[in-house]
Design a binder for this molecule. Structure first.
Ligand SMILES: Cc1cc2nc3c(=O)[nH]c(=O)nc-3n(C[C@H](O)[C@H](O)[C@H](O)COP(=O)(O)OP(=O)(O)OC[C@H]3O[C@@H](n4cnc5c(N)ncnc54)[C@H](O)[C@@H]3O)c2cc1C
Length: 544
């Protein structure tokens, strides 16, 4: 049974019940009758008038009561807004009367009644959190921690808030029993058990999304705005776009959150002095966007961009097409990885792409290695040297001043516990669960030595996700999208007016966040640009 937390399970007062009653149909259920069943999409919202409604987990084949809702309490969690299939069932515990409200009407209520909306949204978010913390799972993943597809599947489920358990081939005692039960071999993993009778061998994200019912066919409509990438920039654009009346659709190849979704704690986001996790930020932003009517399609990788009949057309990996008056490119970037065996295995447990207070704390008294010779590497070296016993900066060439500002070069030279190794690269990483040693090789002589190292910080640039763009969208030599003055200065801008600040070389297509040339690569900056882009979109639509 879940703890009957007052935020997760508030009781609505008489006035709130009367308001809701005007949108509702009153229904009666006999004991044991089902109000909604797990797996059912677009469930209605129910408020208990009298009697009791049990919320039941049926995923293991038998009924397990999670909680019992009493008069004044209501059903639903975050899935009720997205129309995704319910993960639990609602069953009349006693003869009962309930108010039933359709999901579309619930969205209208959330928009029109801010006080009631606060109570309901906080409850929906808290319920999913409590459910996840209780170990509840609708899906089991069996695979090795060293396997890329297992990692992809886990990331997909986590980003989409699908409660799951992971059975690690390497050390989970249940593994053999499960493999025998489902007649699968280790070579056939990863496998995903979606219910007691549905097993998928190494499913793609699209197959997984379809099996779980979290991917809906795209509506055959022309959108005012289609956002490619639901990271902070895309989510912000969807919130502002939808709240200002634009028919808005977000497409993401995985799910909401972007890079920020992988951050365990964002400490520099305005207004959250104690920090917040990237997944919490994404979850809240998604609910906000959906509350205003924006739609999100997940496992929706965009692979092409063209024009037809005066609209921009996006082609998805599934073959589907979406048309829009305006497009926002917010497909972000990934940090470039080191081409070294074992690098990915130690990500998060020895290999880092940021040097914030969190990582610095981990390095207290230890030796660390920094890879890269730009300003971000220099800043990290100085910052980490305050705690680490020694910082080794490795660069592939032999001049630290080539890519780094002079002030940082001087600071590094004057800091006794920072050493610079020129013409050097990491060729091997060693460690059991966490990193403890790296092999450094001189590119000039080929000689190697192994040094103790608790953490490697990689600052060798970011790779933008822009391979799907057509040639009509200008990018710089590294693939970052040019906007505003970068476009105005170049050949090929087709209109008399100047491009808007975030407009690309094709009028009506905008870019925001890490994918944009000159962006700041911060959550707050991405959110700000996503919001700003919507103002330019309004101006574009007004003049078009
Ligand atoms: C581990 C980590 C920790 C960080 N910590 C901080 C921090 O503490 N503070 C801070 O300010 N910044 C931090 N950052 C940086 C911050 O997360 C990014 O600057 C921010 O997420 C950029 O947002 P974005 O929306 O531009 O792009 P992204 O977050 O990269 O999102 C892009 C989205 O586009 C999707 N996508 C890509 N290609 C396609 C396609 N073809 N079709 C459909 N969808 C596509 C991706 O799946 C992704 O969801 C951190 C980054 C990382 C990796």
């Amino acid at each position: 049974m879940l703890n009957h937390d007052p935020i997760a399970f508030p009781k609505l007062d008489e006035a709130q019940l009367t308001t809701l009653g005007t949108f509702a149909t009153l229904k009666a259920f006999q004991e044991g009758e089902t109000l909604f069943a797990a797996g059912e999409p677009d469930c209605s919202f129910f408020v208990v008038k009298c009697g009791g409604v049990a919320i039941v987990d049926q995923s293991s084949g038998h009924d397990e009561i999670i909680t019992v809702l009493e008069p004044g309490e209501f059903t639903g969690d975050v899935d009720i807004l997205t129309g995704r299939p319910a993960v639990v069932s609602g069953v009349a515990r006693t003869p009962c009367e309930v108010y039933e409200i359709a999901a579309a009407d619930l969205r209208r209520i959330l928009n029109d009644m801010p006080r009631l909306s606060d109570v309901l949204l906080r409850a929906f978010l808290m319920r999913r959190q409590l459910l996840e913390e209780s170990g509840f799972a609708v899906v089991r993943v069996v695979g090795s921690r060293y396997d890329r597809d297992t990692h992809r599947i886990r990331e997909f489920l986590a980003r989409n808030k699908v409660p799951f358990t992971w059975i690690d081939l390497e050390n989970d005692p249940q593994v053999d029993t499960l493999l025998t039960q489902f007649k699968i071999t280790v070579d056939e993993t990863p496998v995903v058990l979606c219910s007691t009778d549905k097993l998928m061998r190494n499913p793609s994200n699209v197959q997984l999304a379809e099996c779980l019912g979290i991917r809906k066919p795209l509506a055959q409509a022309v959108y005012d705005l289609v956002v490619v990438g639901a990271g902070p920039a895309g989510l912000a654009a969807a919130v502002y776009g939808a709240s200002e009346g634009l028919k808005t659709l977000m497409l993401d190849k995985i799910g909401p959150g972007g890079q920020a979704g992988t951050s365990s704690k964002i400490e520099n986001y305005l207004g959250f002095p104690t920090g917040l996790s990237g997944s919490d930020l994404a979850n809240r932003a998604l609910i906000q966007a959906e509350k205003f009517g924006a739609a999100l399609s997940v496992a929706a990788e965009v692979v092409g961009l063209s024009s037809a009949n005066g609209y921009h057309v996006l082609r998805l990996v599934s073959g589907e097409e979406v048309s829009a008056q305006c497009i926002l490119i917010s497909s972000g970037a990934s940090y470039r990885k080191l081409p070294v065996d074992g690098c990915e295995r130690f990500e998060g447990s020895g290999v880092y792409y940021a040097a914030t207070a969190v990582e610095r704390q981990l390095c207290s008294g230890a030796q660390v290695v920094i890879v890269g010779g730009g300003n971000s590497a220099g800043q990290a070296a100085v910052y980490l040297s305050e705690r680490a016993s020694k910082v080794l900066v490795t660069i592939r060439h032999d001049d630290l001043g080539r890519d780094m500002s002079q002030y940082l070069v001087q600071r590094i030279e004057h800091t006794p516990n920072i050493a610079v190794r020129c013409r050097t690269e990491i060729t091997r990483m060693h460690g059991n669960k966490t990193l403890d040693m790296v092999e450094l090789t001189c590119r000039h002589t080929g000689q190697s030595d192994t040094v103790a190292c608790l953490a490697v910080f990689v600052f060798i640039g970011a790779v933008p996700h822009t391979t799907w763009l057509s040639e009509a969208i200008q990018v710089d030599r590294n693939g970052f999208v040019k906007t505003g003055m970068h476009v105005a200065k170049s050949q090929g801008w087709p209109l008399r007016r100047q491009p808007f600040l975030l407009e690309t070389s094709r009028p009506g297509i905008f870019a925001a966040g890490d994918v944009r040339l000159g962006s700041v690569k911060r959550v707050a900056a991405a959110v700000g640009e996503g919001a700003m882009a919507v103002q330019f979109i309004h101006a574009y639509l007004a003049s078009h």
